[in-house]
Design a protein. Structure first.
Length: 560
């Protein structure tokens, strides 16, 4: 990770930051254009969950200003019993903001402007995070645009609290600063942002806990250290490419395979984890053997070979070396050096993490108090086993395009084999351009240490979004259990039963990983080539994410 310079003191001039942020602000309401003439009467979404958010905002202001009572308990609903708002689609933060401006802005206008501002704040938070990691303004703009308008977030416009992911992004940024600087004020700031996410949406508070665990393990475990060697043999290169090809087939086959062939494989029990895992382990073993045979005694076990100075000359250990068996070098063939951090650093990281947790708990105490006050509340937000599978992501959703002009292709690729219609659920489309970059960039996992944290976080949240069992074309295969199966047994975390929500942080880490993968290539380009490349990537991303030539249509409801 990089040093912590302020965002406006990086390699790019402040004018570039200002220009990119202005464009992100102007593009924020691109999907709300049709609603602009009706800002004071219509709201995005339907009359179900969406219509409740203006009511929640009104109630918070009414409870605080007029009734002087606890806004988490609404006595107007289900009178005379009332309702604990923690059970509800409630966002206290939005209601608190409306409390500050109620004398000046009508309710519906405030709600619509809040949606517009939220799209921009998501992009702003992503820009800050990506630039703090890549130190490249152009790539930060690309990643921020992609995250701010990704299909996963765009589908949340109907549920305002789900759209407000910017608090989680700010927490991720400040937590990185915390472990770099190890200052008390950084821990307090990170805890503040994490606690604030609880008032946006409780799921984001859960995601923040997962992220803190990933970041802490990255700091403590030795897999974050530099690669031991760039040594490659012709055999290991061959096996590595076969490994990539196998993973590609493993992912794409369920999406494009005919239904009859897929059902035949299921009926003869070929679809299980034994076959793919066995092939993966065999390929990894063969690749390790080739690395050992080609290694000989050409490198020191505690040092890495020199980097290529200009790409013209290669070190001796970086050439494709023929066979040379030496089984004593088995331990040296592993890609990461096992060098644990000092014990003092470990206690430092743990202490800082505890401070973050304490501050977040303090900030979120009113919500926690409302949560534990009544047993009915805890049962209402608890998990239901059936919902883990129902509200998860179908694998084919990652490949179904989101552009309105590709609607025919989307219906074909995301067909539901049970109903014959298109799969209804959270769109998980990554973008074909991003998929290609990610496919080749994942091969750099062990060669570029700065990628490991972000690719790991992306994979973690993406896998959890798939649910407890693999779901393909609407069919759930309980013979293919996934890690999310264990979530239902974890306290507090099991309340996040809508696993498709894990797509929000997954898309953030995807955009950041893509920018890191592109950075070495991007920095080698001349200034005018950078502009051309960035323009092409923005056009491709904007087309695939439904920004133009026709924005992805959003529905609106007359709130009167």
């Amino acid at each position: 990770m990089n040093d912590n310079r302020k965002i406006l003191k990086g390699p790019a001039p402040w004018r570039a930051h200002l220009l990119f942020l202005l464009i992100l602000f102007l593009l924020a309401p691109v999907n709300l254009i049709s609603n602009l003439p009706h800002l004071s009467t219509h709201i995005p979404g339907d009359v179900m969950d969406t219509a409740e958010y203006p009511l929640n905002e009104w109630w918070t202001a009414h409870a605080l200003l007029d009734l002087r009572t606890n806004p988490f308990n609404n006595t107007y609903m289900f009178y005379p019993l009332g309702l604990n708002m923690v059970q509800h689609t409630y966002t206290f933060w939005d209601g608190f903001l409306y409390t500050l401006v109620r004398p000046f802005i009508p309710l519906i206008l405030f709600h619509n402007l809040l949606i517009w501002t939220t799209f921009f704040l998501n992009a702003l938070a992503a820009y800050w995070l990506i630039f703090s990691v890549t130190r490249t303004a152009g790539l930060a703009f690309l990643g921020a645009l992609a995250f701010g308008h990704c299909p996963a977030l765009l589908s949340y416009y109907k549920t305002a609290s789900l759209l407000e992911v910017y608090g989680l992004v700010f927490f991720i940024t400040t937590s990185i600063t915390l472990f770099e600087k190890r200052r008390l004020r950084s821990a307090i700031l990170a805890g503040f942002f994490w606690g604030l996410t609880l008032y946006h949406y409780p799921y984001y508070f859960i995601f923040g806990g997962w992220w803190l665990l990933i970041l802490l393990s990255y700091q403590v475990l030795p897999w974050r250290l530099e690669s031991r060697t760039n040594l490659e043999t012709w055999g290991s290169v061959l096996v590595e490419n076969l490994f990539r090809f196998f993973l590609l087939v493993l992912i794409l086959f369920p999406v494009f395979a005919p239904r009859r062939l897929w059902e035949l494989m299921v009926s003869i029990h070929l679809v299980n984890w034994v076959t793919p895992l066995g092939i993966i382990l065999c390929l990894l073993t063969i690749r390790t053997i080739f690395r050992i045979r080609g290694s000989g005694n050409n490198f020191h076990p505690t040092s890495s070979p020199p980097e290529e100075p200009g790409g013209k000359e290669r070190g001796k250990n970086q050439k494709l070396i023929p066979f040379k068996t030496d089984w004593a070098l088995w331990r040296k063939a592993w890609p990461v050096r096992w060098n644990p951090i000092p014990l003092g650093h470990l206690f430092s990281f743990l202490a800082l993490s505890l401070i973050v947790v304490a501050v977040a708990a303090l900030i979120g105490f009113p919500y926690f108090q409302a949560y534990v006050k009544e047993e009915a509340t805890r049962l209402a937000v608890g998990s239901l086993p059936s919902e883990f599978s129902v509200y998860s992501v179908d694998l084919v959703s990652f490949f179904a395009p989101f552009n309105a002009r590709l609607e025919g292709l989307r219906k074909i690729m995301s067909g539901d084999w049970k109903t014959g219609r298109t799969i209804i659920g959270t769109p998980a489309f990554l973008g074909y351009g991003f998929m290609v970059i990610l496919f080749f960039g994942m091969g750099k996992f062990f060669k570029r240490p700065e990628l490991r944290l972000w690719l790991t976080a992306w994979g973690f949240f993406s896998i959890l979004s798939l649910g407890p069992y693999l779901k393909i074309h609407g069919l759930v295969y309980d013979s293919l259990p996934l890690p999310a199966y264990l979530i239902r047994f974890l306290p507090i975390i099991e309340s996040g039963r809508t696993l498709s929500r894990y797509l929000a942080p997954a898309m953030l880490f995807l955009c950041l990983s893509i920018c890191l993968i592109l950075k070495p290539f991007y920095e080698k380009l001349s200034p005018w080539k950078k502009k051309i490349f960035l323009t092409l990537m923005l056009l491709l991303t904007g087309f695939e994410y439904g920004l133009f030539p026709k924005p992805w249509p959003l529905h609106f409801t007359d709130y009167r």
